[in-house]
Design a binder for this molecule. Sequence first.
Ligand code: ZN
Ligand code: ZN
Ligand code: FE
Length: 764
Amino acid sequence: MVTLAKISIRGRVQGVGFRPYVYKSAVTCGLKGYVANTPTGVDIEVEGDNAEGFVEQLKKDTPPLCSIDETHIEVLPLLKGYRDFTIKKSLGNSPPFTQISPDISICGDCLRELLDPNDRRYLYPFINCTNCGPRYSIIKSVPYDRENTTMSGFQMCEDCRGEYGNPENRRFHAEPIACERCGPALTLVLPGRKYAAATETPIGQVIELLRQGGIAAIKGIGGFHLVCDALNNDTVKRLRERKKRQSKPFAMMAATTDSIKEFARVSDKEEALLTSPRRPIVLLRKKESAVSPLVSGHVSQHGFMLPSTPLHYLLFYHPSGLAAFKALVVTSGNRTGEPIITENDEALDKLSGVADAFLLNDRDIHMGCDDSVVRITEDGLPIFIRRSRGYVAEALRLDVDGPEALAYGGDLKNTFTLLKGHYAIPSPYHGDMENLGTVEIFNRNLNNISAIFGITPAIVACDAHPGYAAGAMAIERNAHETIFIQHHHAHALSVMAEHGLSGDAVAVILDGTGYGADGNTWGGEFLVTNPCGFTRAGHFKYMPMPGGDKAAGEPRRMAVAYIADAFGDRARHVLNTLGFIERHGEEFIDTILRIIPIRELSPLGSSAGRLFDAVSSITASADINTYEGQAPMELESIVLPWVGESYPYGILDGAIVDFSATIKAIVSDVIDGVDKGRTAAMFHNTVVAAVSEMTMRICDTTGLKDVLLSGGTFQNAYLLDNTISRLKTLGLNVYTNEKVPCNDGGISLGQAYGARRLVCAQRS
Ligand code: ZN
Ligand code: ZN
Ligand code: FE
């Protein structure tokens, strides 16, 4: 029977080749009607035999980047007598909510064409199609049509227009479609021009410059990268000096997974992540290799990504430089602490002392984003270090609907999160909010993303820290309701939001620092929590942090504090035996010992991060952090995984985890010259044991079974895997962050979710 069905589809269905797919399916089924983008997704009308069965047909073989959340079908009584099936221009411009696709790496078809001398886009660095290319970074508004992207200024040539309008073509309605004749082009700027050019194409010249040890600033999808040969020690050294980045590891890029395997071990899951169209940086276990030791220093991992743009591939496969590089350093183009640079002029200005050449192009980046960074634990769990390019602004599905909300996140590794309906939209990674440039980018992204998703939040959430810049911004917004969420509660809430948990649970938050409800610095916390509140059921023993904030940058300060706590009057003697006085001077050590009892100079903290700092300094002489988390990362790096033993620890009053016995045992092992890797492993095992015992006690008293793990210290894969398996052995249900970072990059999701649940609870 001939019927007319009206179908509305929600989900990620724009900019992913969905309309052409619908067109082809409809034509194949002999149906007439139309398909159109709408502010909420895609609308379809089909007329013909079994029109209502069309949806099932449609769900079978959707394009790779599309994901359908909801379908709504209505069978209309009257036929409209469509004569053919058409793809309509987008319908409507009411306040939109639709998902937009993240930026997607070049697909296999485009890569083949890129390297095919007979293809009309041979070596064209901006080749793309409906299955690949930039999306998030070029979208100015929705619906996702060419005129709403930064491609609007490029007039399609006749050939491109033909492909764009041909439903049989892979580039049918590929909004960023382009070719050499009509699309964006590269410009090379060589300020000094001290490198001989063997060829005249910009890419050829950049390859030659890189080969001769130069550093290039290259505009990518989400912003500029600084690029150089990772095997050239002098060049990497120069990059470090010029970028003033002492030892924080640089990410690298190699042409294929096989070439990455020369430098690092790659598990199946890691390979799947590397090759996924999102193309994050994946942290992989280093192998002995020809990569400059200056690339990632003392940590046991290399961060690698595969090329994500046609331009990246050309650096490896351009005929003029074929196989010139085994691995390139590819690091964010910014000044240390500042956000990634997205504009040509800004790059020429700010990176002038760093790069020898600038490979620019005229496709504007409307919204910048850094590369995402992910690691996979031995047990196969993903840990997001940074969720940005390839992931933003993908919406996460929540279990509850409710009022629109905006959460400002923390001051470090800042992100914000917007809530609308059943969706949470975490922003890209912004960095440190103490930097004015970061605040500017935050505001820009907030304006753009809330406009695209049509969100005007009445509820605003932020950290309870009175000194946070992000908190001040939230208050300044003067929203209908401003809700303050304690830092570690927000970490716990981020896990609840991800897993759709709404009941009571025990949260174990091992973290650097966060403002505590008692005014002290918290960070080794056991909370009994639900979406609307928490009680503190236990914590790591308070320890003075000599010099306050300075203690976070100098693990040696925490080492002295922990030793003073464990050894009392004998502390100075012990520090001498350990070589601390020789390493840091009598004056420094005596000053630290003197200020430890003075609260104004040495505020109290229960931070897990600071405990790892102290042990790293005592065990491995990681005394100063040149970047955040350096000492704990170096400590995890030396763990001997086959060591199963642990050190003693105490639990005071059933609530305070005391590691003074652990510190004593570690000191004596260090003095006895026990293998550092063994000590590091035993320390990790001790934390696992102490945390598990404390958790089990709380679960016993409260009768709870659900345990949430979060906080930046759980970026430590050994700690995460072992804590999870121990807690599972004890019969508990363990949940952790798998979609947003467990570090402060994830707290905005928790804040937003908590604020919404709180407001809903108060209203009902
Ligand atoms: Zn493609
Ligand atoms: Zn063209
Ligand atoms: Fe935190």
